[in-house]
Design a protein around this ligand. Sequence first.
Ligand SMILES: Cc1cc2nc3c(=O)[nH]c(=O)nc-3n(C[C@H](O)[C@H](O)[C@H](O)COP(=O)(O)O)c2cc1C
Length: 262
Amino acid sequence: MSDPTTSKALVVHFSQTGATRRVAEAAAAGLRAGGMQCTVAELLKTDPAEAAAYDVVGIGTPVFYYKEPPIVRRFIGRLPAADKKPAFTFITHGGNPVNTLRRMQKRLARRGYTVVNSFACNGFDSFPMYLKSFREWGRPSEDDLAAARDFGERLPGECRWLRDEPRFATPRYPFVGGKYFLLSHVLQGGMMKRTFPNHVVDPDVCTRCGLCARNCPTGAIRLDPLPTVNDDCIWCYLCERICPVQAYANEWAPLRKKMKVQ
Ligand SMILES: Cc1cc2nc3c(=O)[nH]c(=O)nc-3n(C[C@H](O)[C@H](O)[C@H](O)COP(=O)(O)O)c2cc1C
């Protein structure tokens, strides 16, 4: 491996509402201060093959339904195979990330990447079940971003440590079991479709304006000619919230009742 102080880092992030993007930029500023060249890239606009041209790869994501979203999982799975290439991860969350960092570490290891460190902080949480309100306004805070910058600045040294003392260079994340571990597995794919309100568009109300498709954070919506949602959906319901004519006729009452939310 080349000397990390002169090497190049790729910082890839997915971000629905901007929290993870801000952490990515802060970490990148730290990396540059630590002497690395650094490119910050949006996950959906990045070909995983590009990682081959970098010495260090960072991946950042918000936590959705107790884990990383499918598009992030797929991106990691498509990274070019490497041999102990240094990597780092960062997440923002609403207070319950469960095993997200551990999962990302394992998936990266399968592609030959060794996580040298990770960063986590709160982001403001727009999870739709909380009566569509927002929690944790103001996160990541200035202090969070300063910590993310410090994290970035320490990374070149940690990459060097991976080269010189590989035994100690990768973090061990405690396994979080119990109810939330189960939920992290249950709340995906077909089970989400059975449990959460499906995206139902009222054809008489929808104007086919395409606002939902243009703003879907994972590009999961196509106009066909009505909006249809594919399996890249992260169930954030932004489409429902921003529809100017309220054409999404999602039925929330049964889920609210089941989860005892008024
Ligand atoms: C649909 C949805 C599901 C979420 N699920 C979780 C979760 O399981 N655990 C958690 O800690 N935070 C959860 N959050 C909160 C987000 O991880 C948090 O708001 C994050 O900072 C958003 O980052 P972004 O602005 O980069 O998209 C969820 C948010 C949404 C909208």
